[in-house]
Design a protein around this ligand. Structure first.
Ligand SMILES: Cc1cc2nc3c(=O)[nH]c(=O)nc-3n(C[C@H](O)[C@H](O)[C@H](O)COP(=O)(O)O)c2cc1C
Length: 341
C-alpha cells in the first residue's frame, strides 16, 4: 500500500511530504523532481510569491545512494518567504476561500490560522511526491502529461494572455480547464468489486482534492449524457500486432472502475482564484460589520500550475494501483510480476 501525507504552512519554515510504501531499489533523481517543481511555478498570471520562491527538493529519509530502501521517503521544500509569526491577524474572510468555514469550524478569530494551510502552496510537495511516483511509473512505461484547454473561457494562447491581463487590470481573477493524459497504463488497474477501490472514483477524488478544482470529467465527460449508447461506447477490436484495442476512446480509458488499456483522459475545471485585488464585500468575523475581503498577494490565474498538480495527483493514484496489482517489496520483483501479466 502506498500512502502519502503532506505537512506545512504557506509561510511556515518548509513544506513536507511523506511517501510510505515505495518499493526498494528505485533510483530517484532530484533533478527530475526539481523540473516538475519549476513547471509548477510557471504560467502566465502567477503572482509575486512565485518570484520569491525557487523551489528545490531535499530528500530527508528513505533513500541511500540515490535509491529507495523501502522506508518512508520524506521530501522537503523550504519556504524562502518564511514569516508566519510576523504576519498580521486577519478577520475579513474572502468569499470563495477556506477563510470563513475554517475560522468557524476551528474557533479562530485570526483567519491566518486557516489560510496558511488552505493555501495551494501545499501543492509544491504534492508535485514533489507526484514526481517520485512518475519515476516509478516510468519504469513500466506509463507516462503522464497535461495541457491547458482554456482560461477564462478562451482557448487561444494569445487570447488567454489578453484575458489574464484584463483581469489583472480590473483586480479580478480567472479559472479554466486542463486535461491530463496517462498513456500506456495496463488493463486492470483499480477494480469493479468495491466502491472505494474503483480507479475512476480514486482519480476523481484525488483531482477534486486539489485546491479550487470544482469539476472532473473522464473521457467524453458530461457529453455522454447527450448521446445514444451507439455514439458513446468504444467497440472492442483485436489484432495480432496490437492485441485488444479500441478505435475510439470516449470512456477515457476507464470502464467498470478499471483501466482498460486505452489512454486515461481526465479533465478538470478550476474556479477563479478567490483572492481579488478589487475585493468583494464580506462580513468581518469579529465586528460583524460589512467590509471588503482581505487582500493577499495572489495569482490572477494558475491553470498551468494546477495542471502540473493534476499530473502529480494522477501519478500518485496510478502508482498506488500499480503497486496494489503487481506489488512487491523491491522494484525487480514488481517488474517481473508486471512482465508476466
Ligand atoms: C496552483 C494553484 C495556485 C493557487 N493560487 C491561489 C492564489 O494565489 N490565491 C488564492 O486565493 N487562491 C489560490 N488558489 C486556490 C485556493 O487555494 C483555493 O481556492 C482555496 O484553498 C479554497 O479551496 P477550494 O477552492 O477548493 O474551495 C490556487 C490553487 C492552485 C491549484
Amino acid at each position: 500500500m502506498l500512502r502519502f501525507m503532506s505537512a506545512g504552512e504557506s509561510h511556515g519554515e518548509c513544506m513536507v511530504a511523506v511517501l510510505e510504501g515505495l518499493p526498494a531499489g528505485l533510483l530517484i533523481s532530484k533533478d527530475v523532481i526539481n523540473r516538475d517543481l519549476a513547471r509548477r511555478q510557471q504560467g502566465y498570471g502567477r503572482g509575486g510569491r512565485m518570484q520569491i520562491e525557487k523551489d528545490s527538493v531535499n530528500i530527508l529519509s528513505g533513500s541511500k545512494g540515490g535509491k529507495t530502501i523501502g522506508s518512508p521517503l520524506t521530501l522537503m521544500v523550504k519556504n524562502k518567504d518564511f514569516k508566519i509569526n510576523e504576519l498580521p491577524a486577519i478577520s475579513e474572510p474572502r468569499p470563495g476561500h477556506a477563510d470563513f468555514a475554517g475560522a468557524v469550524k476551528y474557533g479562530f478569530s485570526d483567519i491566518r490560522c486557516v489560510l496558511e494551510r488552505a493555501s495551494a502552496r501545499e501543492t509544491v510537495v504534492r508535485v514533489a511526491a507526484g514526481a517520485v511516483c512518475k519515476i516509478l511509473l516510468d519504469e513500466f512505461g506509463i507516462k503522464i502529461k497535461s495541457k491547458v484547454i482554456s482560461v477564462g473561457g478562451q482557448k487561444n494562447k494569445q487570447r488567454i494572455k489578453e484575458v489574464i491581463d484584463k483581469a489583472r487590470k480590473h483586480g479580478d481573477t480567472l479559472g479554466g480547464i486542463f486535461e491530463i493524459a496517462a498513456e500506456n497504463a495496463p488493463v486492470g488497474l483499480g477494480t469493479h468489486v468495491h466502491y472505494d477501490r474503483r480507479l475512476d472514483a480514486r482519480l476523481a477524488g484525488a483531482l477534486m482534492s486539489i485546491q479550487s478544482i470544482k469539476g472532473v470529467e473522464i473521457g467524453l465527460g458530461f457529453d455522454v449524457s447527450q448521446r445514444p449508447g451507439s455514439k458513446v461506447h468504444d467497440e472492442i477490436l483485436y489484432s495480432k500486432q496490437k492485441g485488444f484495442y479500441r478505435k475510439t476512446n470516449n470512456a477515457g480509458g476507464l470502464e467498470g472502475g478499471m483501466s482498460n488499456g486505452e489512454p486515461i483522459i481526465l479533465r478538470c475545471a478550476m474556479k477563479p482564484i478567490a483572492t481579488l485585488q478589487s475585493p468583494l464585500s464580506t462580513t468581518d468575523i469579529k465586528t460583524k460589520r460589512k467590509v471588503k475581503a482581505s487582500i493577499q498577494r495572489s495569482d490572477v490565474a494558475a491553470v498551468e500550475a494546477a495542471a502540473v498538480v493534476g499530473e502529480a495527483m494522477t501519478a500518485i493514484v496510478l502508482a498506488e494501483t500499480v503497486l496494489e496489482r503487481f506489488g512487491g517489496d523491491d522494484l525487480k520483483k514488481i517488474k517481473k510480476a508486471y512482465n508476466l501479466r
